[in-house]
Design a protein around this ligand. Structure first.
Ligand code: EPU
Length: 479
């Protein structure tokens, strides 16, 4: 019998467009095809909204899904191998679906069952990625290194900017040139060709420790001839996860997680069964949700070490986080939240992907705080929406100056990017009355069933069609 797990009945009844995102077949495998989104409603057309009735405390344990940004890079990494790979702990996200479609356009056969994704990369018949797909998922540009190393040629459209910044890719391109690729950019497409039989190992210095460039170049170098050294490499846990995946396929990589990665190219990689690490950003988002609602919640599985910067800032705000087991974290409620300053940095610094969620928490923390965004040039768009909910935030350049207020009040707000949408959910959980969040296609890109998980913890949150609906919950304030 085919069983379906539906993460909430209200949304599926009210919004048929949402059905395909939230119907989670447990037994029935899904296959991907490059055109599969065309046959289905585009998430951007989805006009559903999240309704949150704030000031309810949360309680219990929540399961953290696999890391989006690891899974995306590792899916690209499967292109390096010409045998079948099995990935487990793959989160159920629109971005993962899109990466599946890109791989499928290259000729990869994919089959998904729950959190298990099988990829047969034995028969790549295409080295071109379609613009319609790349433009929807910026991370899909990261396939360029693997496709080039495997097929000797790759044509990948420039992904362009997105809601949080211009996001150029010159570090990827320059690195591939250093590895001996001939690269031309014409009509918005990067066309890279290997000179000779294989890419050639080389010394690469990255002007900035870009996560994507480190991943692209590490993948390309695994099949290159000789030794590659990447200096000023990104040290993010997702880079380590990709390196571990490549090692499991037979690659020779040392130093992932440090500023210098050394890769000795091998001629061929083999099949692997690999589990994706837990998502540190989803984990951090739940810790902040616990802190703002003054709730005790436990998150697992997690790798606590990946969350040190976030835990450190929670402690500065007055919120304790303890680890009862090696793979769990528990947030202990505090009624006295204090402002603090935060500056985003590459790992192990404070992650830009947690900036918006912490800003939501700081809006109701006593005193002044300054949040400085240094990684992306346009990642403060949630400020205007938080101010609509009663926050007191001023922006000066890349600084947001926050004066803590006694309470937020629910309002209709618009999610402007993925992490901004999580920040609005967090603010909504603490606000008085009802918050209505639009622009949920951002949230669905990167959070696996966020509202279902929050509901399980006791949050009063539901997805509706966007039409005016009567409240179904009676607000009972937690303080
Ligand atoms: N940059 C350049 N040139 C390049 C590459 C990057 O100037 O060739 C700049 C970017 O414009 C940005 C900065 O360097 O200002 C950092 O970009 P990076 O390349 O490190 O980011 P990314 O690889 O594009 C990944 C994550 C992001 C996360 C950043 C930083 C994936 C798929 N995405 O992006 O995740 O914010 O690293 O940690 O891994 C998210 O999940 O919400 C998200 C945006």
């Amino acid at each position: 019998m085919v069983k379906y797990r539906i993460s909430g009945t209200i949304e599926t009844k009210l919004n048929p467009n949402f059905y395909y995102l939230r119907l989670r077949p447990e037994d029935k495998p899904i296959t991907y095809s490059p055109s599969s989104t065309n046959a289905k409603p585009q998430p951007e057309e989805d006009n559903s909204v999240l309704e949150i009735y704030g000031k309810h405390s949360l309680k219990g344990q929540v399961k953290i899904s696999g890391a989006k940004n690891s899974a995306l890079a590792i899916m690209a990494g499967t292109l390096l191998c010409s045998e079948e790979c099995r990935l487990t702990n793959v989160p159920q996200l629109v971005d993962i679906q899109r990466m599946g479609q890109i791989l499928s356009a290259f000729g990869v056969k994919l089959q998904r069952q729950g959190e298990v994704l099988d990829l047969d990369t034995s028969n790549l018949h295409e080295s071109n990625a379609p613009y319609e797909l790349v433009s929807q998922l910026r991370a899909s540009f990261f396939v360029i290194g693997a496709v080039l190393a495997r097929l000797g040629t790759a044509r990948i459209p420039l992904p362009g900017g997105c809601a949080i910044g211009a996001r150029p890719v010159e570090l990827h391109v320059r690195g591939l040139q250093t590895l001996g690729a001939h690269v031309e950019i014409e009509h918005g497409v990067v066309h890279a060709v290997v000179k000779g039989d294989r890419l050639k190992g080389a010394k690469i210095y990255l002007d900035y420790p870009s996560v994507g460039a480190t991943e692209t170049l590490m993948m390309a170098a695994t099949l290159a001839d000789g030794e590659t050294i990447i200096d000023n490499a990104a040290q993010e846990p997702e880079v380590i996860d990709l390196a571990n995946f490549c090692l499991a396929m037979g690659a020779n990589i040392v130093g992932a997680g440090t500023k210098r990665i050394v890769i000795n190219g091998v001629p061929k990689l083999h099949a692997v069964d690999y589990a994706i690490i837990p998502d540190r950003i989803e984990a951090g988002t739940f810790l902040v949700a616990g802190a703002i609602t003054r709730s005790e919640i436990t998150i697992a599985p997690v790798i606590p070490e990946h969350l040190i910067a976030a835990i450190n800032k929670l402690q500065a705000i007055g919120v304790k986080v303890v680890s009862d087991t090696p793979d769990s974290l528990r947030v202990i409620p505090s009624y006295n939240l204090l402002g603090t300053d935060i500056e985003t940095q590459p790992y192990p610094g404070f992650p830009t992907d947690m900036q918006a969620q912490f800003m939501a928490l700081l809006t109701v923390s006593e005193g002044d705080s300054v949040v400085t965004e240094t990684v992306f040039e346009n990642r403060l768009r949630h400020v205007a929406e938080l101010n609509r909910m009663g926050a007191d935030i001023r922006v000066r350049g890349n600084n947001a100056i926050i004066r803590g207020v006694a309470h937020l009040s629910g309002a209709p707000v618009l999610a402007t990017d993925l992490r901004a949408s999580a920040a609005l959910v967090i603010a909504g959980l603490a606000a008085e009355g009802k918050t209505i969040i639009q622009g949920l296609h951002h949230l669905d890109r990167g959070y696996d069933n966020l509202e279902g998980k929050l509901r399980q913890l006791g949050a009063k949150i539901q997805r509706t069609s966007g039409e005016v609906v009567q409240p179904v919950f009676t607000p009972t304030p937690y303080s």
